[in-house]
Design a protein around this ligand. Structure first.
Ligand SMILES: [Zn+2]
Length: 107
């Protein structure tokens, strides 16, 4: 007692980019250090392994090889299954750029 157990007992860590990351376990998507991002784990549970089409353009994607997890509402802390869809890198970054710069890019 008296020690700070709050941090070590949290079910996830907060990544510097704002993503929540699960603590190490034996998840199939875990990286070499044993971590897996929570949004990836949630979507994996939702759609399972294998090939999945990009939610936006339909391009076929594979976990670990181009399949990215897109937050539909752009809220990286909202990892509800309904908020997560598979996306290719182009669509994922394109949506983020369009949201960030929007019409301000247009001169
Ligand atoms: Zn796409």
């Amino acid at each position: 007692m008296g020690e700070s157990h709050a941090l070590v007992s949290a079910p996830f860590t907060v990544h510097s980019a704002g993503y929540r990351r699960l603590r190490p376990d034996a998840h199939p998507l875990a990286d070499s250090s044993g971590y897996v991002f929570e949004h990836r784990a949630v979507l994996y549970d939702k759609i399972g392994p294998g090939v999945h089409p990009c939610h936006w353009c339909g391009r076929e994607l594979i976990w670990r090889y181009g399949l990215e997890v897109d937050h539909i509402d752009f809220d990286r802390a909202n990892n509800a299954p309904a908020n997560l869809v598979p996306s290719c890198h182009r669509c994922n970054t394109g949506r983020a750029m369009a949201r960030r710069y929007g019409r301000e890019v247009v001169r």
